[in-house]
Design a protein around this ligand. Structure first.
Ligand SMILES: C[S@@+](CC[C@H](N)C(=O)[O-])C[C@H]1O[C@@H](n2cnc3c(N)ncnc32)[C@H](O)[C@@H]1O
Length: 205
């Protein structure tokens, strides 16, 4: 059983149980699939699940169709989908993950937790479904590469939410030499030095 005063105070008991089930399933599969780093297993609640959950406060009812790009173990998409009802949100959740093994893991999580997430087990550049309201991403690619990838993939969106680690400023400055970016930058609540970018528009210079 995991412990988290954050989740205990922000979601229902049923939702908290789902997060527990997700955690157990992830840890069970981590050795063969390398879903999260081995050394973060012990601190997965704060490092991974609370870190992902903090995004929820930047979503509202205009965020109807969310795509998590390079989802891996389902971070942040699965966590957002598990907690959305507790925050009165009703979006559909899509995950894109190119690894076949991780794709299978995500399908199992989806049925094991009785979620209704749509999993696109392909490279983001070959997504057939291109229209989303919201893109989310964590630990996927440097910011500039990310913008190039979504531009080439012709994805449409109104908002991007990006969790960024300590190299955020270098990445942001590099990206700004190629793209005009309108965004707000927020402190991460789980990791001092990290940021949450809420991007309203991005266009090639
Ligand atoms: C470092 S992991 C991060 C996973 C997860 N977002 C997290 O925060 O733990 C990056 C993931 O992106 C996936 N990935 C890399 N390039 C991709 C692409 N072009 N299309 C879809 N998925 C991709 C990888 O297979 C990997 O699972």
């Amino acid at each position: 059983m995991i412990r988290s005063s954050y989740f205990e105070n922000s979601v229902s008991r049923e939702t908290f149980q789902k997060i527990n089930k997700y955690h157990e399933f992830l840890i069970e599969n981590n050795q063969k699939l390398s879903l999260i780093s081995k050394k973060s297993e012990e601190i997965a609640v704060k490092r991974h699940y609370e870190d992902c959950a903090q995004i929820i406060k930047y979503l509202d009812n205009t965020d109807k169709k969310i795509l998590d790009i390079g989802s891996g173990a389902g971070l942040p998409g699965i966590i957002l989908d598990i907690i959305k009802n507790d925050h009165n949100l009703e979006f559909s959740t899509h995950l894109v993950e190119k690894s076949p093994k991780k794709g299978k893991f995500l399908e199992k999580v989806n049925s094991f937790l009785d979620l209704n997430v749509k999993i696109h087990n392909c490279d983001v550049s070959s997504m057939e479904n291109k229209k989303f309201t919201t893109l989310v991403t964590r630990a996927f690619k440097p910011m500039n590469s990310f913008f190039k990838i979504i531009t080439n993939a012709q994805l449409s969106f109104n908002k991007i939410i990006m969790l960024k680690g300590e190299k955020f400023l270098d990445e942001f400055n590099e990206a700004k030499t190629y793209f005009e970016i309108k965004c707000d930058m927020h402190e991460s609540t789980t990791n001092p030095g990290s940021k949450v970018f809420v991007i309203k528009s991005v266009s090639k210079l």
